[in-house]
Design a protein around this ligand. Structure first.
Ligand SMILES: CCCCCCCCCCCCCC(=O)CSCCNC(=O)CCNC(=O)[C@H](O)C(C)(C)COP(=O)(O)OP(=O)(O)OC[C@H]1O[C@@H](n2cnc3c(N)ncnc32)[C@H](O)[C@@H]1OP(=O)(O)O
Ligand SMILES: CN(C)Cc1n[nH]c2ccc(-c3ccc(F)cc3OCCn3ccnc3)cc12
Length: 392
């Protein structure tokens, strides 16, 4: 009845708004796989001025083109004050996990000028939904140049990445977005913890609280100079087996979560300069690894501010607490982030994050992040605390 018309999404194997509440529909794949030989072999048609291109992210030149397209045309906050500024080394990390396909790094160029004007990516990932582990495509970095918006290019990009994923005999996908589409499996809130309140207020990210002075605000967010947990140290290559065991056990409690093996853990969680930081707690007595905390580095460009052009943000990634209280573990992460000159530490209210957000002085963000599955129906929407999956 009534409701927004999703001309494209109503044609796709995703939960449809009209089906909400119909509990007769089974959990699981919506459409069955077809033989790979029957998948459309040639790319979808683009408007005649444009051509498909596969972006070789290893190439410095192509990576720079992708970086530039995203830096100028990717996601902005609702007030268009900030835009994500994924670095080139971050993009190489995000797009080249174990088993990745170059053919899933898809661009659109203007035929004449060869200018890159659109992008979409997929990476393979084993994701468990309930007790079913399925290799899915994680779709990300969908971007159409600002000058080419509202021309229905996005549906073509989505159909093309779907086709290329089908060619690898993969039939499900996972993605997140700040916009509401048919149909979220979960809707999360994001929270921000000020580390550099003066800069955040200067650039308009935060506002001075009522009856608060700047010096009082700086004092409110002050953190100790050093971490407090005994045995807290950076993760190293030798820790991969133990961290894999710790993380797999911990993530098994959530309804949707990645199914990481050691190669995945080495790729996604071994510290990479300026991209991802991970720390663990090694018991000084037993040398057992009991806890883990990680965050990734995703700056945002500050649009239209004279004094600052970049907001240095850390995003909570995967955290495991078995001995050290999560509150203390996360506070140590805040301390490290402050030491490393981050302006803000962000977190979603997923996993057990709810338990520390308010106490560690996170403030609620101004939007939501919706989680989606493609060609997989879940019987009930999940609570954020049932989600154990972080997409970049
Ligand atoms: C088995 C494998 C399956 C793999 C595929 C799985 C699915 C993967 C899905 C992709 C996951 C990406 C995840 C991801 O990257 C993380 S979400 C970030 C998306 N990117 C941005 O927000 C960057 C700035 N915006 C843009 O570049 C454009 O506005 C985009 C390109 C977003 C839309 O370009 P446009 O010029 O503004 O719009 P039209 O071309 O005229 O198209 C309008 C249609 O696009 C639908 N739309 C709008 N935003 C969307 C979004 N974020 N997801 C999905 N659909 C989105 C919209 O509802 C409408 O369809 P409807 O008429 O049915 O409502
Ligand atoms: C997840 N990944 C797919 C990128 C992505 N796409 N769409 C989004 C909408 C919100 C968030 C998000 C997630 C966690 C968080 F703490 C803050 C966030 O956005 C703040 C608002 N903002 C947007 C740009 N600059 C600031 C990410 C995304």
């Amino acid at each position: 009845v009534g409701g927004k018309k999703h001309k494209f999404w109503e044609t796709q194997p995703v939960g449809q708004f009209k089906d909400l509440g119909d509990t007769s529909l089974p959990e699981g794949p919506i459409e069955l796989p077809t033989p790979v030989s029957e998948v459309k072999q040639e790319p979808y048609n683009l408007p005649s001025l444009y051509e498909w291109t596969t972006c070789d992210i290893d190439s410095e030149e192509t990576c720079a083109e992708v970086y530039s397209l995203l830096t100028n045309n990717y996601v902005e906050d609702d007030e268009n004050m900030f835009r994500f500024n994924y670095s080139k080394e971050f993009l190489r990390w995000a797009l080249r996990p174990p088993g990745y396909f170059k053919s899933w790094h898809i661009g659109v160029r203007v035929k004449v000028s060869k200018k890159l004007v659109a992008f979409i990516t997929g990476i393979p990932a084993k994701i468990r939904v309930g007790d079913v582990v399925v290799t899915k495509a994680e779709i990300n970095f969908l971007c159409v140049h600002k000058k080419l918006r509202s021309k229905r290019l996005a549906p073509v990009m989505i159909k093309e990445v779907t086709r290329r994923v089908h060619l690898e005999n993969i039939w499900q996908a996972a993605y997140t977005a700040g916009v509401v589409l048919p149909t979220p499996i979960a809707t999360c809130q994001y929270w921000h913890r000020s580390l550099n309140p003066k800069k955040l207020i200067d650039v308009g990210f935060s506002r001075l609280g009522a009856r608060m002075t700047m010096s009082r605000t700086i004092k409110l967010y002050k953190l100790p100079e050093s971490t407090v947990t005994p045995g807290f140290r950076k993760m190293e290559l030798r820790d991969v087996p133990a961290v894999t065991r710790l993380l797999r056990e911990y993530l098994s409690q959530f309804i949707v979560a990645p199914y990481f093996n050691e190669d995945d853990v080495e790729h996604w969680l071994l510290p990479t300069e300026n991209v991802v930081d991970s720390y663990l707690v090694e018991s000084p007595e037993t040398h057992e690894i009991t806890d883990f905390v990680s965050f990734y580095t995703l700056p945002s460009s500050i649009l239209g501010n004279q004094n600052h052009s970049i907001l240095k943000a850390a995003y909570s990634y995967y955290n495991v607490s078995t001995k050290t209280p999560l509150l203390q573990l996360m506070n140590d992460a805040l301390i490290v982030a402050k030491q490393r000159d981050y302006d803000v530490f962000n977190a979603l209210d997923i996993m057990h994050n709810e338990s520390f957000l308010k106490e560690l002085k996170f403030g609620p963000g101004d939007g939501q992040l919706h989680y989606y599955l493609y060609n997989y129906r879940v019987k009930h929407a999940l609570k954020p605390s049932e989600l154990g999956l972080v997409l970049l």
